[in-house]
Structure formats: structure tokens, C-alpha cells
Design a protein around this ligand. Structure first.
Ligand SMILES: [Zn+2]
Length: 403
């Protein structure tokens, strides 16, 4: 039966892929897409009357905020995505945000530790009236049109719906980037990332600074001659550097990415004129949904369900159960055995947090207002590495290729 279903799905995907689709977005700017004010008000009313709530910890104040679930979803999409993105991509993010939030009831916070969240008023304050008037309706619509929909894997909420900015062409298996294997985080092609903000970037580091930075990691000390002889020893399925040998140390691509603030661990390098020149592809850790890839798929005519099923292997989608709603409605503060529960969560999400934090720092170079808000939301989550990264950045020059 399952095989039969998979077959039907495969045929459906092939069929839909083959049908020439008129992309509504082509030619229609954000202004034409603007959701009418009357509809925005209607959606807000509908959301607040739904009776389903979620509670989120405001890390900056330590307070717990209880709000309608779908308002929370719209606020997360507004914090994590771009307003000018296609509706189907925003809807995919909305379903992921809802699932992620409900899977963490009792331990849910408002930073990238979980997923970035700012209230409607905070968004307006940070992004301005024009931005809110233009996009808030779209974020609400993404939540309302997917109301109550969540992602399941093996009949449980899929609680590791990770995402990143752009993969560079292929996403990664979770265990090749993070210390854990998640069955639905498999390496898949991500073919429609043409609009991504970081496609190919070069970053130059003098050999001096390179040696100093690497030795700052307190491993076996390296010399300048070791840099000349360093070697990439393994790559991941998605093309990122898995391991790199420098002197008597083996580093992961992620360590080198963090150390030099590279856009991704998918890099090559040249050594020229006493400098290491990195060339990176994509932006972010590469695991799960590519946001630019999702937007590209939406432009090609795929809907949010197809987008989610593409990036999360073997998942199912459906309505949230009464049991989950009840748990969310009844949890208006920290989880009962918070210490134990959050210890566990922390361990698992630690790596994610570091990766996401790096994304937003690097993002500061290209995206304007959006980043201000993200960075601000993140301040409480800052890690020790941030400092290292910032000091490294002064030693490096970053150039962006135009193609
Ligand atoms: Zn959290």
C-alpha cells in the first residue's frame, strides 16, 4: 500500500513538474500583491477568535507571552523570511514554524535557539510602517491559509525542521553537518536558487592571520608551512567540506566556516601571494529546507506541500491533533521539569544555534532592514565565537562576485 502511494506521489510530482505553470509573481510586484486592509483585519479577528494559543519565553525579559498560535506563526515567518518572497514559500515556512513551535511547548523561546520571534508591534517598530503595510498581510495570509497544518514523521510532530538560506545546489544529510541523524533531513537537490543572496563569494585571509586564528582553537600548533600543505580530506554528500587536514590536526568544514565567518562550509581555496583565498557556495549550514530554494520552487509553480515534501524526506502533513492543541493551551509557563527538559533540548540544538547565529552575522553584509531585526533578536544568544568571528573579520577582506 505504501509503495503504491509513493508511486502515485512520484507520478503526481512528475506530472506537476511537466505542466507549464504561469507564475503569478512574474511581473507582479510586491505592491500588487498587497493584501487589502479589510482582509488583514478579518484575518486578525479570525486568528484571535480561534481559541488556540501558544506560550513563548521572551529571553530578554524572562517573561512568558501567551498569544494566538496563528499570530505566533505569522510573527515567526515575518522574522525568518523575506516579505517579497512568494506566498507558497511563506506558507511552507509557516507550516514548519507551527510544527517547530508546537513540538517545543514549554521550552519555546523567541531567539534562534528555537526560532526567531518578534511581536507585531516589535516588527513595526523595527521594520517601519511601510514594510509592515506592505508585508504583514502576506505573513498573516501564510499562517491563515495553512491554519493548523503541521508536519509529521512516523505519526509524531517532526521537531527538527531545520532550514537555511541557500544550499548552493544540494542540501546535506543532517549527520554530515551535525552530530545527529534525523531521518527526514536527507541530502536533496535544490535546483532553483538563482536569486539567492550569496551564490559565490570569495574571502581572503592573510597566512599570518590564518595561522593565528587556527592556533587560537588550541589544537596542535600549526606553522605557516602547514597552511601551504593543507588538504581537504573529505566532502559531504551536498559538497561541503567535511574534514580538512592542517598540520597534525583534522578540522571540520564547520569549524573553518565559523572561524573565518565564511558564508558556508561549501568552499574551495587557493593560496596566492601569501594569502588564503576561500571561495564559498551557498549560505548557511545546508540542512533541511533552503529558503531561496523554496522561493525558487514557488516561482516554478510548486505549492507549499510539494516544497516541504521535497526538502523533508518522507514526511506527512496533516492537521494538528486535539491532544497537541490541549497541551499548548494548557502550557502558559515553563515546562514542569524545566531543567531536565531544557538540558536535553540544549544539547541537541546547540549546534543549530551556532550555525544560525553565524548565518545572521554574515547576512548583515547584504540584507538591509531585515538583518537589523534579526540581529537584535539574537543578541541574547550570542556565543563566544561571535567575538572570535568579529576580530577575524577585521583581518579579512570580503568581495562578492557579480555572477
Ligand atoms: Zn529556545
Amino acid at each position: 500500500m505504501k509503495k503504491y502511494l509513493a508511486y502515485i506521489l512520484a507520478v503526481a510530482v512528475i506530472l506537476l513538474n511537466g505542466i507549464p505553470y504561469i507564475a503569478l509573481s512574474d511581473g507582479a510586484g510586491a505592491d500588487e500583491e498587497r493584501v487589502p486592509k479589510s482582509k488583514v483585519e478579518k484575518m486578525e479577528e479570525e486568528i484571535s477568535e480561534s481559541g488556540v494559543t501558544i506560550t513563548v519565553k521572551r529571553v530578554a525579559t524572562g517573561e512568558y507571552l501567551t498569544l494566538p498560535l496563528e499570530e505566533y506563526v505569522a510573527c515567526v515567518v515575518a522574522s525568518e523570511m523575506y516579505g517579497q518572497f512568494e506566498m507558497e514559500a511563506l506558507k511552507a515556512q509557516a507550516v514548519a514554524a507551527r510544527t517547530y513551535g508546537l513540538a517545543r511547548v514549554g521550552d519555546l523561546c523567541d531567539t534562534v535557539h528555537c526560532q526567531a520571534f518578534a511581536t507585531e508591534e516589535e516588527l513595526r517598530e523595527k521594520q517601519g510602517d511601510e514594510w509592515m503595510d506592505k508585508y504583514w498581510g502576506k505573513f498573516l495570509e501564510a499562517a491563515v491559509e495553512t491554519q493548523g497544518e503541521v508536519v509529521y514523521y512516523d505519526d509524531e510532530l517532526a521537531s527538527y525542521l531545520m532550514f537555511h538560506s541557500s544550499s548552493g545546489g544540494r542540501t546535506e544529510n543532517s549527520e554530515e553537518v551535525f552530530p545527529y541523524m534525523v531521518p527526514y533531513l536527507r541530502s536533496v537537490k535544490s535546483p532553483y536558487e538563482d536569486d539567492a543572496s550569496h551564490k559565490q563569494e570569495t574571502q581572503t585571509v592573510s597566512i599570518d592571520s590564518f595561522v593565528r586564528a587556527v592556533n587560537g582553537l588550541n589544537r596542535k600548533p600549526i606553522k605557516e608551512t602547514d597552511v601551504q600543505k593543507m588538504e581537504i580530506t573529505a566532502r559531504t554528500t551536498g559538497g561541503r567540506v567535511k574534514t580538512i587536514q592542517i598540520g597534525n590536526n583534522e578540522f571540520t568544514g564547520g569549524e573553518i566556516r565559523d572561524l573565518f565567518g565564511l558564508a558556508s562550509a561549501n568552499f574551495t581555496y587557493n593560496i596566492e601571494d601569501y594569502h588564503v583565498i576561500f571561495t564559498t557556495t551557498g549560505f548557511g549550514h545546508g540542512v533541511g529546507m533552503s529558503q531561496y530554494g523554496a522561493n525558487g520552487m514557488a516561482k516554478k509553480g510548486y505549492n507549499y506541500k510539494q516544497i516541504l515534501k521535497h526538502y523533508y524526506t518522507g514526511i506527512d502533513m496533516g492537521q494538528v491533533t486535539d491532544e497537541i492543541i490541549e497541551k499548548s493551551n494548557n502550557t502558559t509557563g515553563p515546562a514542569e521539569n524545566e531543567d531536565k527538559a531544557s538540558d536535553k533540548t540544549d544539547q541537541k540544538t546547540e549546534v543549530t544555534t551556532t550555525e544560525k547565529t553565524t548565518d545572521q552575522k554574515t547576512d548583515t553584509n547584504t540584507s538591509e532592514k531585515k538583518t537589523d531585526q534579526k540581529t537584535e533578536v539574537n543578541t541574547s544568544e550570542k556565543k563566544a565565537e561571535d567575538k572570535t568571528d568579529k576580530s577575524q573579520k577585521t583581518d579579512t577582506t570580503k568581495t562578492k562576485k557579480t555572477d
